[in-house]
Design a protein around this ligand. Structure first.
Ligand SMILES: [Zn+2]
Ligand SMILES: [Zn+2]
Length: 243
């Protein structure tokens, strides 16, 4: 639906790392020749220098700074990944940035809580739009799989599939010129899912049987299926019009 991406402010990123040495050995201040390596020994002071490339700049770090910056990069990566997902699902970037600044988030745990509450804000903001809610619940299920050890993946997939069907039913209520049916599309990754691959149901059956999500054991990402919606065709492949 939305194709917006989260744009990281490169100036802010530079500022965040501005306390670290950019062009010289963090131990003795000598300007090293080699930078295209992760780690080297300074020829002047014989200490190890760790190199991290951030935003096209090479930072020269001590071992403890390297660990510190590693953690900061993890934070940046998590932020970018899920802010992207939020913006992609319709969260306005300027609002997200403002909320983030206001909450003064510094640790990964705080960031995870912030992302989760942002998802919940979006559910509330889209309470009249079933299709939008469905996409947000899918995103929340993915988040649970990746960041919450797979807890509640099933519950959020269930909400996502239910709202997807609701959204589709709502669309049909305004346009019934064609008869639609539901097809389950799956992948061989999960045998529990793949047994229903290509299964076709009437819309009503899909709503009452609630086949998706499958209960999948041993895969924290849960059900890998999607519903497809297609217009019914006759034996010759022509669309069947309701008139
Ligand atoms: Zn040195
Ligand atoms: Zn499935």
């Amino acid at each position: 639906m939305f194709a917006d991406f989260y744009k990281t402010d490169k100036n802010k990123l530079d500022k965040k790392y501005s306390q670290y040495s950019l062009s010289m050995c963090p131990h003795c201040g000598m300007v090293p020749k080699e930078i295209n390596t992760k780690k080297f020994k300074c020829t002047n002071c014989n200490e190890f220098v760790f190199v991290k490339k951030i935003n096209y700049k090479y930072y020269f770090l001590t071992e403890s700074q390297n660990k510190e910056v590693g953690e900061m990069r993890k934070f940046d990566a998590l932020k970018e990944k899920y802010f992207n997902l939020l913006v992609n699902n319709g969260y306005a970037q300027n609002q997200l940035d403002n909320d983030f600044e206001r909450n003064k988030i510094t640790s990964i745990e705080q960031l995870k809580d912030f992302i989760w509450s942002s998802f919940n804000n979006m559910v509330t903001a889209n309470s009249n739009d079933f299709s939008a809610q469905s996409l947000i619940y899918f995103a929340m299920a993915t988040y649970c799989a990746n960041e919450r050890d797979g807890n509640n993946v099933y519950d959020f997939q269930k909400l996502a599939f239910d709202y997807q069907l609701e959204g589709f039913l709502k669309g049909l209520s305004t346009d019934n010129s064609l008869t639609y049916e539901v097809i389950i599309i799956s992948a061989p990754t999960n045998p529990e899912c793949y047994k229903d691959n290509s299964r076709i149901l009437s819309v009503n059956d899909a709503v009452t049987k609630q086949i998706l999500p499958h209960k999948v054991e041993g895969n924290k990402h849960g059900c890998c299926c999607t519903y497809g919606f297609k217009a019914k065709r006759d034996g010759d492949g022509n669309l069947i019009w309701n008139d």
